[in-house]
Design a protein around this ligand. Structure first.
Ligand code: GSH
Length: 221
């Protein structure tokens, strides 16, 4: 399999975790978002949406959209499962994942930030306020759903990581980058710390990838 990834991409972070949890080897091709490599013809042919990540399976099947990719991997390599066995559990895990992937993350991606900057001419402080607002909204939504739910365990759903944790850790990583104090959302904080203590999550972190710029890598130490 060939995996098209960028160190800072949260959607790539999600798929890296899933690949690690399932021990699936991939050849990684780095696509530099900062150099607009995702808009170049080569990558655009692969994913006309010009977004990362993308995954090309051995038979040539091209997969885009991190959640679709992770569910594909989960069906093809069921061990360990990333979705619960019961329909109600799957609906809950997908809902938690979508709070991040469909509600929070899309408001923070480069193309949106570029629009705020270049088209709406928002000042840096306004752009930072935008990012902070939507990051906090999603943290609050997650905490509200996780804090007193009977199915919340060591992880978002029970005692093993699922798609919900995979999505949540990326969002919390963004919050940390924005120096947001996580103590307001103790359940989210606890689950984030539990998940990131697993090597499969830690190795997928944006700041430890082969294409992470040296200056950023130093900050992660
Ligand atoms: N919903 C998509 C998000 C894809 C996405 O927006 N990826 C970002 C990086 S995390 C990207 O490539 N953005 C390019 C841009 O905004 O121009 C997924 O989960 O795969």
């Amino acid at each position: 399999m060939k995996f098209f990834s960028f160190w800072r991409s949260l959607a790539s972070f999600r798929v890296r975790i899933a690949l690690n949890l399932k021990s699936i080897p991939v050849d990684v091709e780095f696509v530099d978002l900062d150099a607009d490599a995702h808009r170049a013809d080569d990558y655009r042919r692969l994913n006309p949406q010009m977004a990362l990540p993308a995954l090309v399976d051995d038979d040539g099947t091209v997969l885009v959209q991190s959640l679709a990719m992770i569910e594909y991997l989960d069906e093809k390599y069921p061990d360990p499962p990333l979705l619960p066995a019961d329909a109600r559990g799957r609906a809950r895990v997908r809902a938690l994942a979508l709070m991040v992937a469909c509600e929070g993350h899309p408001l923070l991606v480069p193309r949106v930030r570029r629009y705020l900057d270049h088209e709406l001419n928002l000042r840096d402080t306004q752009q930072a306020a935008w990012r902070r607002h939507w990051t906090v909204e999603t943290l609050a939504a997650l905490e509200g759903h996780l804090a007193s739910h009977k199915d919340t365990g060591k992880f978002c759903h029970g005692d093993a990581p699922t798609l919900a944790d995979i999505c949540m850790v990326g969002h919390v990583t963004v919050a940390i980058t924005q120096q947001i104090d996580l103590s307001t959302w103790p359940t989210v904080k606890r689950i984030f710390e539990t998940a990131m203590a697993l090597p499969e999550f830690a190795k997928a972190h944006p700041l430890v990838q082969p294409d992470t710029p040296e200056a950023m890598r130093a900050k992660s130490a």
